[in-house]
Design a protein around this ligand. Structure first.
Ligand code: PGA
Length: 254
């Protein structure tokens, strides 16, 4: 069984200095392997400095977005090889804030996923329904569309390098977490869909994160769901103490 993955998505928060201070604390806290894959996604400006602190430690770095071309006249964009060189191992793609605020479509997210894999980055591919879609009973149809279009031309072998994050849009930054039942059911649907598109071994090995108002009090019950393999944490990852508690979720239960 693969170890649980806990990722901090800082979004547009933290200066270079604040990012470095945070990861220095994190590295001290997790000097020894703790049975988790710990990933931090700082803003672009802090990636290089953060990776200098985390090199050779148990902490992994993710970017929050990228463009699919390798280089060129794309003002304001950053490419996969640039991120890899700066020390990223992962890249968050298709986050609902990218879809909503920047109009990213499934096809563009697919281009990004394929480009990330080409340059050795592991995509954290985000999917999830809006409140309106859930209330209209369209949750599974939306997830199915996002998976099929986002993973177009992806092979079973590629899937070994992909993490999927289920983030119901209505739960992000709202303090309203999905119930264990709602999250567990969506994760089970995603795994079944991957088994159908690829095969059962690929589906079994796939890491599926839950994201949406995860905090130290609800992480334990979410991780108790068999198809939840980790968490993508926004707001509650900004404070070191809170993020450490989430990573050590089993100790919170004692
Ligand atoms: P949140 O964000 O934990 O603040 O809800 C999660 C995310 O957007 O990845």
């Amino acid at each position: 069984m693969t170890k649980p993955l806990i990722a901090a998505n800082w979004k547009m928060h933290k200066t270079v200095q604040e990012s470095v201070d945070f990861v220095c604390g994190l590295v001290t806290e997790f000097r020894e392997p703790c049975g988790r894959e710990i990933v931090v996604a700082p803003p672009f400006t802090a990636i290089h400095a953060v990776s200098a602190v985390t090199r050779g430690t148990t902490i992994r770095i993710s970017a929050q977005n990228m463009y699919w071309e390798k280089e060129g006249a794309y003002t304001g964009e950053v490419s996969a090889p640039m991120l890899a060189e700066a020390g990223c191992e992962y890249v968050i793609l298709g986050h609902s804030e990218r879809r909503r605020c920047f109009g990213e479509k499934d096809g563009e997210i697919n281009n990004k996923i394929r480009a990330a894999l080409e340059f050795g980055l592991k995509p954290v591919f985000c999917i999830g329904e809006t409140l309106e879609e859930r209330e209209a009973g369209r949750t599974f149809a939306v997830l199915e569309r996002q998976i099929r279009e986002g993973l177009n031309q992806i092979t079973g072998r590629d899937m070994k390098g992909i993490v999927i994050a289920y983030e119901p849009v209505w739960a992000i930054g709202t303090g309203r977490t999905a119930s264990s039942g709602q999250a567990g059911e969506a994760h089970h649907f995603i795994r079944t869909e991957i088994a159908g598109l690829f095969d059962v071994d690929t589906a079994r090995d796939l890491i599926i994160l839950y994201g949406g108002s995860v905090n130290p009090s609800n992480i334990g019950r979410l991780m108790a769901e068999p198809d939840i393999n980790g968490a993508l944490v926004g707001g509650a990852s900004l404070d070191l103490g809170s993020f450490v508690k989430i990573v050590r979720y089993e100790e919170n239960l004692k």
